[in-house]
Every structure is written in structure tokens, then in C-alpha cells.
Design a protein around this ligand. Structure first.
Ligand code: ADP
Ligand code: MG
Length: 356
């Protein structure tokens, strides 16, 4: 192995792909080496030379042992999850869908920078999901390659009903520390993604993260509705253009019928562009207040896009970054104050019982 030794490789494999079982093969059979391999996470050790029968027997043995273990672990996890759901409903991560009924308004820009800001500024454990399954842009903005790892490999697994506790094995780690679940590398693979599959993935991701940010596509279908259903917050992005405003108004009407109104937050992107429409006009037209605004900054945004480095990292001081920080703090802060209220409510409940 030219780049690293077997023990280091085993260590990395066991931490990054915990569902994989490593069988070590080495000429070194000393007790100390063996012990270090086991510590690194190897499940079996074969000292060279060995026969092909020995090899296959070991693989089969390790496989059945691991399967048994996984069965027991998932039973325990299910019990724990059930318990958690009954007692601590707020321990799961928050799901934020970034949506707009019209393309090109800045969803991807906001989703990516929001996710990175929540991790880098607020220290949150964040997973970003590219929900534009056909033509996802998240990979480009973060300079990642979907051919390395993406949803494409994950979805068939879900369809076979296999254990997917290892969703993390399908996310890429960005240098900012966020986990990213990319859209498939080619559009036709998007057909494989079912609403049930997406739902399952979000459920798992929210158990592993404080915050799950989903960059949604601009059209309504079952998959999108599934995402909006699961979201705690739907950031609805609009710009000061008549088409965007009209579509947002239509979306808000549908959202009300679907019972999403309480989780919608309006984000006016490029809010300082003066092209004849003022923020007050927008609010009047759609009949509700804009919750957040983000300035227009073509230089910072497009430069960041072309370099593949989010502007909240490369251009922290700019107004557009500051606006995103404020958005991130508001989303995370809101959640924390709700949790605080819940805690106080439970404490109050307790002291009441104590009094009785
Ligand atoms: N606040 C902003 N200031 C300047 N340009 C922006 C801003 N937000 C988005 N853009 C630009 O607008 C275009 C569309 O943004 P994008 O995030 O891809 O939109 P969407 O995902 O909604 O289709 C991109 O070229 C992006 O760089
Ligand atoms: Mg986009």
C-alpha cells in the first residue's frame, strides 16, 4: 500500500464507513501488530500465506457475525428512538427547506452559505442536501464531485429496504466541516429517487445533525411535498421581480391549504436592487411581511461561485455574508428559544408535581 499503511487505512475505513467490516491480510503476525489492527477496527486477521478456502471462510464468518450484530443494534436503536420520541421530541436536528416557486432567485446560493455559516459561525453539526435531483448545483458551489459520492448510490439501497444507518457513508465532508449529500451526477438517475426514499433519508440525517438544510427544486411534485412536509422551516426565497412575487403569492395560497403557513419564512434576496419595486410593495402584494433580507452583491457572489468557495468563508466581512449570518442565527436561535421554553415548561411541570 503506497500511501498509507494497513492500520491507518483500517482506522479510516472503520470511522468513515462504520458499516463495513475490515479483514486484514498481512505477512506480519506478531501479537502487537495484531492487537493494533484490532484496535484500529479490523474484524479478522489473516497471516500470509493463507489458502483461498481460509479467506472465503473468514469473509463469510465476519459477514454473518456483523449481520447478527447489526440486527441487534438496530433493534436497540429502534427502542432508543422510540423512547427519545416519547420523551425528548426536540433532540432531533432541525430541517430547513430552501424553496422558491421560481428558479434563479438564489436558493442554492442561500442554502449553501446558510449551511456553511451555521457550521463555521455557530458551531452546529450541519448536513446540506441537494434536493434539485436532476440539475443540482450544490457540488459546483462547494467544488465537490458527485462522481465520488452522491445520492445515486444511496437510493437503490433504500429501495431494497436495506439498513441505511450508514447514510453518512454517502455524504461528502466539505472543508468547512459540513456534510453534503449531493444530487446524482447525471439527470436520468434522479428518476430512481422516490418520495419515500427521500423521506427516509431526511429522517436519518436529522438524527445525525443539528441542522439539515435542503436546497429544493423549483417545481411541485410528490418528492418536494414530502420535503416540505418534513421541514420545520420553509425558507421561501423571492426577489424584487414581478414574476417571482406573483409565484410566491400563488405558493403561499397553496401552502396555506396544505397547512404549511406557520413554518414559512420569506427571504427577500437581492433586496436592495432598485428596479421600481420596493419591499413595501412586495409585502402589500403578497399580504405578509418579509422576514429576512439579503443584499445583492454580484461581485462577491459570482466570484465565490466561480471559485467554488462560499462567500461566508472567503468574504466574511461583506454585507451579503453578514445578512446570511443573521439569517442563520435567527433560525438556530429560534429553535433554541423554543427548546428553552420547553425545558422551562417541563421544569415548571416538575415543581408543580413536587408541590403536590
Ligand atoms: N444576493 C445575491 N447577489 C448577487 N447575485 C446573486 C445573489 N444571490 C444569487 N445570486 C446569483 O443569482 C444566480 C442564481 O442563483 P442560484 O442560487 O443559482 O438560484 P436558484 O438556486 O434559486 O436557481 C446566480 O448566478 C447567483 O450567483
Ligand atoms: Mg439552484
Amino acid at each position: 500500500m503506497p500511501d498509507m499503511d494497513g492500520i491507518t487505512a483500517t482506522e479510516r475505513l472503520s470511522s468513515q464507513v462504520p458499516s463495513a467490516a475490515v479483514v486484514m491480510m498481512s505477512v506480519q503476525g506478531e501479537a502487537d501488530y495484531l492487537r493494533r489492527s484490532m484496535l484500529a477496527g479490523a474484524r479478522e486477521f489473516l497471516v500470509k500465506p493463507f489458502s483461498s478456502d481460509e479467506l472465503t471462510a473468514s469473509i463469510r464468518q465476519v459477514y454473518s457475525r456483523e449481520r447478527e450484530k447489526a440486527g441487534r443494534a438496530s433493534a436497540v436503536a429502534a427502542a432508543v428512538a422510540l423512547g427519545a420520541r416519547n420523551h425528548e421530541p426536540t433532540s432531533e436536528g432541525q430541517v430547513v427547506a430552501v424553496f422558491s416557486p421560481k428558479g434563479g432567485v438564489g436558493r442554492t446560493t442561500i442554502a449553501v452559505n446558510l449551511a456553511v455559516a451555521a457550521a463555521s459561525e455557530l458551531g452546529k453539526k450541519v448536513t446540506l442536501v441537494d434536493g434539485s435531483f436532476q440539475f443540482g448545483d450544490v457540488a459546483v458551489l462547494l467544488n465537490l464531485n458527485p462522481k465520488d459520492k452522491s445520492m445515486a448510490e444511496l437510493v437503490p439501497q433504500l429501495e431494497e429496504g436495506r439498513d441505511t444507518d450508514s447514510v453518512e457513508a454517502f455524504t461528502q465532508t466539505h472543508s468547512s466541516g459540513i456534510q453534503v449529500l449531493l444530487a446524482p451526477p447525471s439527470p436520468e438517475m434522479a428518476e430512481l429517487i422516490t418520495p419515500a426514499g427521500v423521506k427516509h433519508v431526511i429522517e436519518i440525517l436529522r438524527q445525525h445533525s443539528d441542522l439539515v438544510v435542503i436546497d429544493c427544486a423549483a417545481w411541485f411534485n410528490d418528492t418536494l411535498l414530502g420535503i416540505l412536509d418534513q421541514a420545520d422551516v420553509v425558507l421561501t426565497v423571492l426577489t424584487l421581480e414581478i414574476t417571482s412575487i406573483k409565484n410566491t403569492r400563488l405558493f403561499l395560497e397553496v401552502a396555506e391549504q396544505l397547512g404549511y403557513s406557520h413554518k414559512i419564512r420569506l427571504v427577500l434576496n437581492r433586496a436592495d436592487t432598485t428596479l421600481g419595486i420596493r419591499v413595501a410593495d412586495v409585502e402589500h402584494s403578497i399580504g405578509r411581511k418579509v422576514d429576512h433580507t439579503i443584499v445583492s452583491d454580484g461581485r462577491a457572489v459570482v466570484y465565490a461561485l466561480n471559485r467554488g468557495v462560499p462567500f461566508v468563508l472567503s468574504n466574511r466581512e461583506s454585507q451579503v455574508s453578514q445578512d446570511v449570518f443573521r439569517l442563520a442565527a435567527s433560525i438556530v436561535g429560534n429553535r433554541e428559544s423554543h427548546e428553552e421554553e420547553d425545558r422551562k415548561a417541563t421544569q415548571k411541570g416538575k415543581s408543580l408535581f413536587a408541590w403536590r
